[in-house]
Design a binder for this molecule. Structure first.
Ligand code: COA
Length: 177
């Protein structure tokens, strides 16, 4: 754990609650403006607060999915969502997405979110493997994933189109069984 997090007792990592819906939507809108690595562009993010509430409920009711938020002094500064497959053939594997507000990068919040996911997955009887896709030039994210034991499994050529430029994604995974 980083020195910052050791000293800051106010960082909490917990499952999202329905009452987080409005703040979570605001958080995603800020993330979209701050980074090119989120899956949506700003005008595409049309999720209403009611839909976000519904999504949070879905995560909380599912056995093989989890939506975590990191709060610092009760403000959402990071989130992580993981969902395994719906069918029996794929319910043991899933991918996650993670984002932290730029002002809070490099403080160890991303690492704590992923450690929480790995611990949850180890306790979960169904989950065997956690995977992710990351843009090949996202050096801090790749460094973080490797630090936590994720291995590169392949390159997905030209998978992400950011303003007309095609980027390769790296597929990474960790077995948690
Ligand atoms: C990726 C992201 C979630 C990381 O969150 P974070 O809270 O900053 O992560 P941490 O502080 O736990 O770890 C960051 C690590 O990257 C390292 N790092 C920072 N810049 C780096 C660089 N240019 N090259 C390599 N490593 C770098 C930090 O030193 C730290 O490693 P350390 O703990 O060994 O010192 C955050 O940067 C983010 O939200 N980015 C935008 C969205 C995104 O890219 N999501 C992932 C999509 S796959």
């Amino acid at each position: 754990m980083s020195e910052f997090l050791k000293e800051n007792q106010n960082l909490v990592i917990r499952s999202a609650r329905t009452e987080d819906a409005v703040e979570l939507n605001e958080f995603y809108r800020n993330i979209i403006l701050e980074t090119d690595h989120f899956g949506y562009e700003v005008d595409e993010f049309q999720i209403t607060d009611e839909q976000q509430e519904y999504t949070i409920n879905m995560f909380n009711q599912a056995d093989n999915a989890i939506l975590l938020v990191a709060t610092l002094d009760d403000k959402i500064v990071g989130d992580l969502s993981f969902r395994a497959g719906a069918s029996r053939k794929f319910q043991h594997v899933g991918e996650f997405g993670i984002q932290v507000l730029k002002d809070y990068w490099n403080l160890g919040i991303g690492k704590e979110l992923i450690k929480c996911l790995i611990n949850w997955a180890k306790e979960n009887e169904t989950i065997y493997k956690i995977s992710l896709r990351v843009r090949a030039d996202n050096q801090n994210a790749i460094h973080l994933y490797k630090t936590l034991g994720f291995m590169e499994e392949g390159i997905l050529k030209g998978e992400m189109n950011c303003n007309g430029i095609l980027y390769d994604l790296i597929y990474m995974g960790i077995v948690v069984d």
